[in-house]
Design a protein around this ligand. Structure first.
Ligand code: LMR
Length: 334
C-alpha cells in the first residue's frame, strides 16, 4: 500500500516537473517572426520593418525574435505571398499592386490619378472602407495588419523627351504584376512588361525595357536614375503597401504576443509613414543633385493630357473594383 502510494506520488511529482520544465523550455524559445521585403533598408518600408523589429522585441522581450530580410534576400516579388501562405515567412509588405490574384478590390489603388496627394491616400486608408480592405483577403488566408506609405509615382524613360503622353507611345515599360497598370500603359500606346522589382535595374540598363514608374525613394535607392535620361514628375499614381500576415498563424499566437505585435505594428506604421514623406523628398533632391537623369517638371496642361489619356482604365476596372469603393476613394480628395 505504502509503496504504491509513494510510487503514485513520485509519478505525479515527476509529471509536474516535466510539465513545468516543458513550459519553461517553451517560453525560453522566442517565436521567430520572419519579415521579408524587396526594397533597401533606407526606404520607407525598409525603415518601417526595422522599427517593427525594435519595438516588438522591446515589448515582448524573450518572447519574439523578429528577423528582417530586405532587398528580396529571402523572397522576391513572385514568391513572397506563396511563402507567407506556406509559413516560410510570417510578415511581408507587398505594394498594393501585387494582390490582384487574391482580391480585385485592392486594385483600386492602381487607378491612375485617383488620389490628389498622399494626404488623400491616408484619409482613404483610415476610413471604414479602407480598413475593410485589410480583412478582404481572410478567405485566402491573408490578414492585413496595416497600410504603409511610400509615395506618389513618377515616370522615367531612356529617351530624350518625356513631357506629354505621346512621348511614351511605342516604348517598353516595366510594370508591377497588376492588370490595371498593364491597361494604363496600353492606354498610352506603350508596351508594358511585368517584372519583379529585383530585375528592374538590369532590364533598364540593358534596354530590355525603356522606362518604368516608381517613387523617388525607389528610383534613388535602386539607382534607376543612373540608367534613365528623364524622370517626369507626373504623380500619376501611388505606391503604398499592405503589411500582411498568415491569418492562421496570427490567430494561433498567444494573445499577449498578438497584442504586442499589433502594438509594435501600430508604432512602426506611424514611424514609417512619417519617414516616407521625408525620404521621398530627400531622394528627389539627391536625384537632382546627382544630375544623371533630368527631372522634368510638367505644366498643368501636360498633367491634364496624361490624365485624359489614362482615363479609360477607370471604366474598364469599375466592375471588378466596385463603384462604391472608387467613390469612397474620390471623396478622400476633399
Ligand atoms: C515595385 O515593385 O516597383 C515596388 O512596388 C517595390 C516596392 O516594394 O516598393
Amino acid at each position: 500500500m505504502k509503496i504504491t502510494a509513494m510510487r503514485i506520488l513520485s509519478a505525479v511529482g515527476m509529471s509536474c516537473a516535466l510539465a513545468f520544465s516543458g513550459s519553461a523550455l517553451a517560453s525560453d524559445k522566442p517565436i521567430v517572426v520572419k519579415f521579408s521585403h524587396v526594397v533597401a533598408d533606407k526606404t520607407p518600408k525598409g525603415q518601417g520593418a526595422l522599427k517593427f523589429k525594435e519595438v516588438a522585441e522591446k515589448l515582448l522581450p524573450g518572447k519574439v525574435e523578429v528577423q528582417v530580410f530586405p532587398s528580396s534576400q529571402l523572397f522576391g516579388d513572385g514568391k513572397e505571398l506563396e511563402a507567407l501562405l506556406l509559413g516560410d515567412v510570417q510578415i511581408i509588405a507587398p505594394s498594393l499592386s501585387k494582390f490582384d490574384r487574391y482580391t480585385k478590390k485592392v486594385q483600386l489603388f492602381d487607378l491612375p490619378f485617383l488620389f490628389d496627394d498622399m494626404e488623400a491616400v491616408d484619409r482613404f486608408q483610415q476610413s471604414d472602407k479602407g480598413k475593410e480592405l485589410l480583412n478582404s483577403m481572410r478567405n485566402r488566408g491573408l490578414q492585413g495588419l496595416a497600410y504603409w506609405h511610400n509615395g506618389m509615382k513618377q515616370l522615367s524613360t531612356n529617351k530624350d523627351t518625356l513631357q506629354r503622353p505621346e512621348d511614351a507611345k511605342g516604348l517598353k515599360f516595366r510594370i508591377q504584376a497588376s492588370d490595371v497598370l498593364e491597361s494604363q500603359f496600353r492606354a498610352l500606346g506603350a508596351n508594358p512588361q511585368k517584372l519583379s522589382f529585383s530585375e528592374v535595374y538590369q532590364a533598364l540598363q540593358t534596354g530590355v525595357v525603356d522606362g518604368q514608374e516608381n517613387t523617388w525613394s525607389n528610383i534613388y535607392s535602386q539607382k534607376f536614375h543612373e540608367v534613365q535620361k528623364n524622370i517626369a514628375e507626373t504623380n500619376h499614381g501611388v505606391i503604398d503597401y499592405m503589411v500582411v500576415t498568415n491569418a492562421k498563424w496570427w490567430d494561433g499566437l498567444p494573445a499577449d504576443v498578438r497584442e504586442g505585435l499589433q502594438q509594435a505594428m501600430d508604432e512602426a506604421t506611424k514611424f514609417a509613414n512619417e519617414e516616407a514623406a521625408k525620404l521621398n523628398e530627400q531622394d528627389k533632391q539627391n536625384i537632382i543633385a546627382d544630375n544623371k537623369a533630368k527631372v522634368v517638371q510638367l505644366s498643368k496642361e501636360d498633367v491634364e493630357a496624361w490624365r485624359k489619356t489614362m482615363e479609360p482604365v477607370w471604366k474598364k476596372f469599375e466592375g471588378d473594383i466596385g463603384a462604391d469603393l472608387i467613390k469612397a476613394a474620390q471623396e478622400a480628395n476633399q
